[in-house]
Design a protein around this ligand. Structure first.
Ligand code: UGA
Length: 437
């Protein structure tokens, strides 16, 4: 099939590359010429395992092209909308301006029957509004259909999640649209991936509901961590016990500095904003607490670091290990690690940051931070070490050797990746959220 993908950020670039890998002819359109130039050479604009080789294969096969103009999408049978829907400045609601601009840019070229499929995370009701607009303003009128097909991919696993998703959700208004999507995803369906056909609104809600469930789970576990700390219990043991209950399971049960990134925080807030518009803000208020508990983890981590520094932050040297919002990513959007580092820097500390992939993005976002080239480089003469991203590299840190590098062996484990007994035995003043001590 001929498919266009409008917006080639993390979602769109991955989706375009995976569709090309499935044998479709794909044109990715983005208003950013630098990004288009990079993608056209088969290079990934961000760190995502397996993406670059798929992009390269797609581009060299001729099945995958990129451009800056929606005119290039005119001959496609299916148009996927993959632009970002960030938090609106000064509000908790989603900013849909990029989505509306993308539709405005595409509209004049919708001269033949086609299906416009939203993948972006949107407030429920958006698809219905877009559908009316397409029918009213597209040259092909009601021969242009609308569908919603939310994407559940995780950063760091995006290619695998796209090629072998847990489920495919088709929010459609007709059998024809359902058939088109079945053709797009024929390889995945052939491999047994479940398809859930539903209406537009349920499909829109499916995505944001999954994210608020995950966010709520993390905040619940962080609430438990705080209770553990107050009662001298150990949250790592506690979550181990909870995870063995089949009904609860062990995934998304890691306490620490909290959730971040371009999705969970803004989706939680946008969900509440939309629920309020719909008159059901009362029950959705539970998610305000989810957000508040999450932000509290950052403050608690800072308090622990300041406590270890005896309350004097100015001029002290802080080593921050981890800047990405999670392991296996170079993304620092709304990263708890970056937030903690930048707050300590703003309070006068000299903050040296090392992350296996995100150091560059961290200092670009917060130029006051100092880039370190390795763990040792960050920790040299440090007054306190903070571990804030759950990279596997940090799990294997050698506390005995590192104690010789720092000025004072004090550490805050903000991700529960270090073994407290081992670090204490090596002479470290060891603290972790939810582990007493
Ligand atoms: C999330 C969802 O997991 C995806 O399904 C969804 O498609 C995506 O958002 C999106 O909306 O596009 P992602 O943001 O890549 O994916 O990251 P997650 O793996 O969900 O982690 C989110 C945050 O929660 C990270 O900061 C992570 O460190 C934190 N986290 C995760 C915890 O603090 N504890 C956990 O147990 C798990």
């Amino acid at each position: 099939m001929r498919i266009s993908v409008i917006g080639t950020g993390y979602l769109g670039a991955t989706h375009a590359a995976c569709l090309a890998a499935c044998g479709h002819e794909v044109i990715g359109v983005d208003s950013n010429p630098e990004r288009v130039a990079l993608l056209s050479r088969g290079e990934a604009p961000f760190h995502e395992p397996g993406l670059e080789s798929l992009l390269y294969e797609g581009v060299t096969s001729g099945r995958l092209t990129f451009g800056t103009n929606c005119a290039q999408a005119a001959t496609a049978d299916v148009h996927f909308l993959c632009v970002g829907t960030p938090q609106r400045p000064g509000s908790h609601a989603a900013d849909l301006s990029a989505l509306h601009s993308a539709v405005a840019a595409l509209l004049p070229y919708l001269e033949r029957p086609s299906l416009v499929v939203g993948k972006s995370t949107v407030p429920v009701g958006t698809a219905a509004v877009l559908g009316q607009r397409l029918r009213r303003d597209a040259p092909a009128g009601d021969r242009v259909g609308i569908a919603w097909n939310p994407e559940f991919l995780r950063e760091g696993h995006a290619v695998e999640d796209s090629l072998r998703p847990d489920r495919l959700v088709f929010g459609v208004e007709s059998d024809e649209s359902d058939q088109v999507l079945r053709e797009v995803y024929a390889p995945q369906i052939g491999e047994g991936v479940s398809v859930v056909r539903t209406d537009l609104a349920t499909a829109e809600l499916a995505k944001v509901s999954a994210n608020v469930m995950l966010a709520a789970r993390i905040s619940l576990v962080n609430m438990l961590a705080e209770v553990c700390e107050a009662s001298d219990a150990d949250v790592a043991d506690l979550t181990g016990i909870l995870g063995l209950d089949e009904r609860i399971g062990s995934k998304f049960l890691n306490p620490g500095v909290g959730f971040g990134g371009g999705c969970l925080p803004k989706d939680t807030r946008a969900f509440v904003a939309r629920a309020e518009e719909l008159g059901v803000g009362g029950p959705a208020a539970v998610l305000r607490e989810v957000d508040a508990i999450n932000m509290r983890q950052r403050a608690r981590t800072i308090d622990k670091a300041v406590g270890l520094l005896g309350g004097r932050v100015h001029g002290r040297k802080v080593a921050v290990l981890g800047a990405a919002f999670k392991a296996d990513s170079d993304d620092v959007r709304d990263s708890p690690a970056l937030d903690v580092a930048a707050t300590l820097e703003a309070r006068g500390a000299e903050v040296h940051v090392y992350d296996p992939k995100a150091t560059g993005n961290a200092v670009k976002a917060r130029p006051g931070l100092r880039a370190a080239s390795s763990v040792e480089d960050a920790c040299r003469d440090a007054d306190v070490v903070l571990v804030l991203t759950d990279w596997d590299d940090f799990r294997g840190l050698e506390p005995v050797a590192l104690a010789d590098v720092v000025r004072h062996p004090r550490v805050v484990d903000g991700r529960l990746v270090l073994d407290p007994d081992k670090w204490r035995a090596a002479g470290w003043d060891f603290h972790a959220l939810g582990r007493g001590g």
